[in-house]
Design a protein around this ligand. Structure first.
Ligand code: C2E
Ligand code: CA
Ligand code: CA
Ligand code: CA
Length: 287
């Protein structure tokens, strides 16, 4: 199995002699293990946070849901990027427990939103491959949704193509079971991996997320072609589309012209902790 660990730091310079390479690698491994130990400890101490980034309908400009994003506080006001610690959690298997915690927080949040009169807002949760590999995953998700009396259609799972590619059968079977229960499925970072088109047919999808890489360029000359193609493909096969990473008014206008259904990005709101989200919703009449 390929091991990938993304530490956000430049690769150490490798000397021309083999002997220089080994110590550097060992050092990196030690660093990762230290970080993993810290993550395990902080997770056990309940120090991880789940933040939320609003998603808006392009027609009504209203909030229709949000994506749940993990945050790991390091020092006051400082966070370790999920791009750094998620791969570590995936590689170690810790993501299975963290992922269940995320789902539980999201369902708790859905319950709270409902009690505040925002009972139509959905929450999208990112799911990694090791979670699917656990046979407990499907029953655990269903149990959590039922325990918090959440409408299953308000919970959406975001999966990436790399997740599917690893072991398509396991993922497809799990998603089909969850779909039967009513949970929604979105394919994340669409177009970034390989074999995207074949998975569109095999997966029980509700939504396509156009990756930020394609949204970035939509306002530039000829730069919107891929985003536009993905949006119209989504339409043709009956899937809802959402553009992520919209940062500028020009990008918004381009996305709007393509007929994309929803939007998520810094132009509207950054990910925020739950109390701030509630305040944001109050001011933006979500749901
Ligand atoms: P992702 O699923 O593609 O999430 C979207 C990322 O884009 C988030 O980064 C979000 O903060 C960022 N983003 C949103 N709008 C904008 C924008 O307008 N401009 C820019 N520059 N960025 C924007 P974040 O929170 O750092 O998360 C990074 C990745 O970590 C996520 O990418 C996801 O793959 C992973 N991740 C985060 N939370 C979880 C989780 O609970 N479970 C799992 N398995 N993975 C997670
Ligand atoms: Ca996502
Ligand atoms: Ca994404
Ligand atoms: Ca991404």
């Amino acid at each position: 199995k390929q091991v990938y660990i993304a530490l956000n730091k430049a690769k150490k310079t490798v000397g021309s002699h083999h002997q220089y390479y080994e110590p550097a690698m060992e050092e990196e491994v030690t660093e990762r293990l230290t970080m993993l130990r810290m993550l395990r400890a902080d997770f056990a101490l309940d120090k991880l946070e789940l933040w939320y980034q609003p998603q808006l309908c392009l027609k009504t400009k209203k909030v229709v849901g949000m994506e749940a994003l993990l945050r790991w506080p390091h020092q006051p006001g400082q966070y370790i990027s999920p791009a750094v610690f998620i791969p570590l959690a995936e590689y170690s298997g810790l993501i299975v427990d963290i992922g269940l915690w995320v789902l539980e927080q999201a369902c708790k949040q859905l319950q709270q939103l409902s009690s505040l009169g925002c009972g139509a807002l959905r929450i999208a949760v990112n799911v990694s491959m090791p979670q699917f590999r656990s046979p407990q995953f499907v029953p655990a998700v269903i149990e959590i949704v039922e325990r918090y009396q959440v409408k299953p259609e308000l919970l959406e799972l975001e999966i990436t193509e790399s997740v599917v590619m690893d072991e398509p059968k396991i993922v497809i079977d799990a998603l089909e079971a969850l779909k039967r229960f009513g949970i929604k499925v979105a394919i994340d970072d669409f177009g970034i991996g390989f074999s995207s088109l074949s998975y569109l047919q095999q997966l029980p999808l509700d939504r396509i997320k156009v990756d930020r890489a394609f949204v970035n360029t939509v306002a530039t000359e000829g730069g919107g072609l891929i985003a536009e193609t993905i949006v119209s493909l989504g339409k043709r096969i009956g899937l809802s589309t959402i553009a992520e990473g919209v940062e500028t008014e020009a990008q918004l206008q381009a996305i709007l012209a393509m007929g994309c259904d929803e939007v998520q990005g810094y132009l509207f709101a950054k990910p925020m902790p739950a109390p701030q989200l509630i305040e944001y919703l109050r001011q933006n009449q979500g749901g």
